[in-house]
Unconditional design. Structure first.
Length: 245
């Protein structure tokens, strides 16, 4: 019979413990905290809303300015701060829905969209009217342009879309004023469950209206967050900007 010193099993145990510790998975680093609302001096633009809380009003104004700048992340944080300060402020929840709606510059259509007009009816349904070049073809001389309407009946979670113009119009027929100019005559009115887009188009240049009632197109559009690092260069335009070549 062989006799081992009493310390040998202990040495083996220590060695095994050390090896196990060396092969154990490294601890998961703490998650990076989500960005928080920060107040910024974005200018003096002001849109009065139904709140008596001055800080909630300031946060709402900041959210609106960020949304005008297409900074949807900071816009949502500002609107949520306004809602936290005054949870009865309906305009703050409208702003949250607005910036979580479809981003008009949409990579899925690989083209430029512009001049959005937004309206919320008395029931909380949201409509967005805008122009875009998705039906333009590179081989054609005209710059085919259309007006589209999107509608959400669930606070901006999902959207449906419908073409407003029955046929495309040629943006190159518009008057030239540092670019093709059809004016800023675009908007949307709401009456009951019906939205009425107003817009102008070229060839000849005039103003038009349409009636849009739900349900719209069958395709359901579910917004997703914009990827990090997205810039204007991410949205190529097949046939040039809406300015003369």
């Amino acid at each position: 019979m062989r006799v081992f010193p009493a310390f040998v099993p202990l040495a083996f145990a220590l060695a095994a413990t050390t090896a196990a510790a060396q092969t154990a998975a490294a601890p998961t680093p703490p998650a990076t905290p989500a960005p928080r609302y920060q107040a910024f001096d974005l200018g003096t633009h002001h849109r009065a809303v139904s709140t008596s809380n001055a800080d909630a009003q300031k946060a709402f104004d900041q959210g609106l300015l960020w949304s005008f700048s297409f900074n949807h992340g900071d816009a949502e944080r500002a609107f949520r701060e306004a809602a936290r300060l005054d949870d009865t402020l309906a305009a703050a929840w409208w702003g949250i829905a607005l910036v979580n709606g479809p981003h008009i510059n949409n990579t899925t259509v690989d083209t430029q969209a512009f001049n959005p007009a937004i309206r919320v009816d008395a029931s909380g349904n949201i409509a967005v009217t805008h122009y875009d070049f998705r039906n333009d073809t590179k081989a054609s001389v005209p710059l085919e342009t259309d007006v589209w309407s999107l509608r959400s009946n669930d606070g901006g979670t999902t959207w449906h879309e419908e073409r407003v113009t029955p046929t495309s119009f040629d943006m190159r027929q518009a008057p030239v004023a540092r670019g093709f100019f059809i004016g800023d005559y675009i908007g949307t009115a709401a009456a009951g469950a019906t939205f009425t887009p107003f817009f102008s188009q070229a060839g000849p240049t005039d103003t038009y209206s349409a009636t849009v009632t739900g349900p719209l197109g069958e395709t359901v559009i579910t917004p997703t967050p914009s990827p990090a690092g997205l810039t204007a260069a991410s949205f190529p335009i097949p046939k040039g900007r809406p300015t003369p070549a």
